[in-house]
Ligand binder design. Structure first.
Ligand code: HEM
Length: 522
């Protein structure tokens, strides 16, 4: 008994001494000791995981830059920069910064995909293959599918309107999410998920959402979500069991969609229109003659299904939000659309769409004020370390530029919380300066491979809505306030007209609640 007590006493003292030693080391003797930031962030990544769990990562980071300046320590081994230059240096052209343990922690499927491949070599090989699904030919082939799903989405939005009166308010985040998943599942694996039209198919919606929450936590606290010597059990999954379980269920469901399409392709019973998996599975490397294995294809298609759904939802809802809150800008967009497209059959990925310069400016501006990526996209320094904006980053340490903070850096975007599409319609030099500090799709070799598809998808959808009718903020004041900033939501969320984002790696949103009315005169 006596010796057990003595052992326990030693163990407690040893733990306290070790913790103190680590804490003092992290604060005073660390390579980033000179970089300012909250004390808790210097001690543990649990600090940023806490903010991810609250969904306010981007808000917090933007406020920290206001408080501490352009470089902030946001984790023991992590620093954040906030400038056009840092965006360019980290993502645009650094040869010794990689996607490291943060991306490994987000991965659920056994093999890496283009999104979480660590080495540049693997990444560029995969990127070349994945790009087959985004070729001009593939984009043209996807047009009819896009128009079909946009039609379903508009039917749902306009359904309660009889052409004379405004319909009941619609919660657009949910409907946009169903639309986005229906469309991406059709484009990638030719599957009809029919979430928009069949309520039974929505049972997996909580799992879809949980997967994003898990990603948001894992990128902030990778050591808790990667198993290994230090963390034999995944602490993150013990702390958030429901999220972990549902997230895996979502991956299993996506995996089953991919497997059934692969079986169809392999048995040569493939029917229907072409999809991305067909284009990607057929690809053979011109030098080696090799293609992707089924496991690799599963990893890639899972990535496309995830990357091409939540982001589109945020792009769509942000645009709906800002157009509904800024009546002059709304009117200009309506006039442009109705003057360019004389009849609904004119709508498509064509030269008319590229003439919608005002609507495109509205989309760029919505994606600036409320960008889909809310988590910092960390890059890890390789052997020998890296230098970013004059600061040395040792091997294994991480850096990022928060896209939300960059978009609200007043030096680059004055009056940054004002939705002002005219920023995109000034003289070339000013537009170039705005664009250089705009990165909703990130920049460089690892930017979004789906950028053109996503832009066309959201523009065609908005053109279709504005051609067929109008929308306005819900007349019920309580519903109208959902998604709005308010001082009740805490510091950084007080701006009423800013569409509120909640960090789940990419953004999650609520609202806006809008009413739709079909045009009587068409
Ligand atoms: C508005 C919509 C979208 C936004 C804002 C967006 C944003 C982004 C961002 C910021 C990245 C970089 C991520 C990182 O560095 O960790 C990215 C990568 C990626 N996105 Fe998108 N995305 C959108 C739509 C799409 C769509 C529709 C697809 C596919 C169907 C897609 C597929 C991908 C893939 C595969 C990557 C990884 C690319 C690579 O590492 O080479 N995205 N996206």
């Amino acid at each position: 008994m006596g010796s057990t007590l003595l052992f326990l006493t030693y163990a407690v003292f040893a733990t306290i001494a070790y913790t103190l030693f680590v804490c003092i080391g992290r604060v005073y003797f660390h390579a980033f000791a000179h970089v300012p930031g909250p004390i808790l962030a210097k001690l543990t990544n649990a600090y940023s995981a806490y903010h991810a769990a609250k969904g306010d990562t981007h808000v917090m980071i933007q406020r920290l830059h206001e408080q501490y300046g352009p470089v902030v320590r946001y984790g023991p081994d992590r620093i954040l920069f906030n400038s056009r230059k840092s965006m360019e240096e980290i993502y645009g052209r650094h040869e010794n910064l990689f996607k490291g343990r943060a991306y490994d922690a987000m991965r659920v499927q056994p093999l890496p995909s283009v999104f979480n491949a660590a080495s540049n070599e693997l990444h560029s090989r995969r990127r070349k293959i994945i790009s087959q699904g985004f070729s001009e030919q593939a984009m043209r082939a996807s047009e009819s599918k896009i128009l079909r799903h946009v039609g379903n989405y508009c039917d749902v939005l306009f359904e309660p309107s009889n052409g004379k009166d405004w319909g009941e308010a619609r919660e657009t985040t949910q409907w946009s999410a169903f639309f986005a998943i229906d469309l991406i599942a059709d484009l990638t694996v030719g599957r009809s998920t029919a979430m928009l039209t069949s309520p039974d198919n929505r049972v997996y919606n909580p799992a879809r959402k949980a997967n994003f929450v898990r990603m948001g936590l894992a990128i902030q606290w990778p050591e808790a979500f990667c198993s290994g010597m230090v963390n034999p059990i995944k602490v993150g999954e013990v702390l958030f069991p429901k999220i972990a379980k549902l997230g895996k269920e979502w991956h299993m469901l996506l995996g089953s969609w991919i497997a059934s399409r692969l079986t169809e392709l392999r048995s040569e019973k493939a029917t229907g229109e072409s999809d991305m998996i067909t284009a990607i599975a057929q690809y053979r490397d011109p030098d080696s003659g090799e293609g992707l294995s089924d496991g690799e294809l599963t990893a890639e298609m899972t990535t496309l299904l995830i990357a091409g759904s939540g982001t589109i939802t945020t792009g769509m809802t942000s645009l709906l939000w800002y157009l509904s809150r800024y009546p002059d800008e709304y009117q200009k967009a309506v006039q442009e659309v109705r003057s360019i497209f004389k009849k609904p059959q004119d709508i498509g990925m064509n030269s008319r769409l590229s003439r919608c310069t005002y609507l495109k400016a509205c989309l760029q501006e919505a994606m600036r004020v409320s960008p889909a990526p809310t988590a910092p996209l960390y890059r890890e320094a390789g052997p020998g370390g890296a230098s970013v904006c004059g600061i040395y980053v040792p091997e294994g340490y991480e850096v990022a530029t928060s896209i939300y903070a960059l978009h609200h850096n007043e030096a680059h975007h004055p009056d940054s919380f004002r939705f002002d599409p005219s920023r995109w319609l000034q003289d070339n030099e000013k537009v170039a300066a705005t664009k250089a500090a705009w990165a909703p799709f990130s920049v460089g070799d690892r930017n979004c491979v789906g950028m053109t598809l996503a832009t066309n998808e959201v523009l065609i959808t908005m053109v279709t809505i504005l051609w067929h009718g109008d929308f306005r903020i819900a007349d019920d004041a309580k519903l109208a306030s959902i998604g709005a900033g308010s001082s009740r939501l805490g510091p950084g969320r007080q701006r009423e007209k800013e569409f509120q984002l909640y960090d789940t790696f990419g953004a999650s949103t609520d609202g806006p609640y809008l009413q739709f009315k079909r045009r009587e005169t068409i």
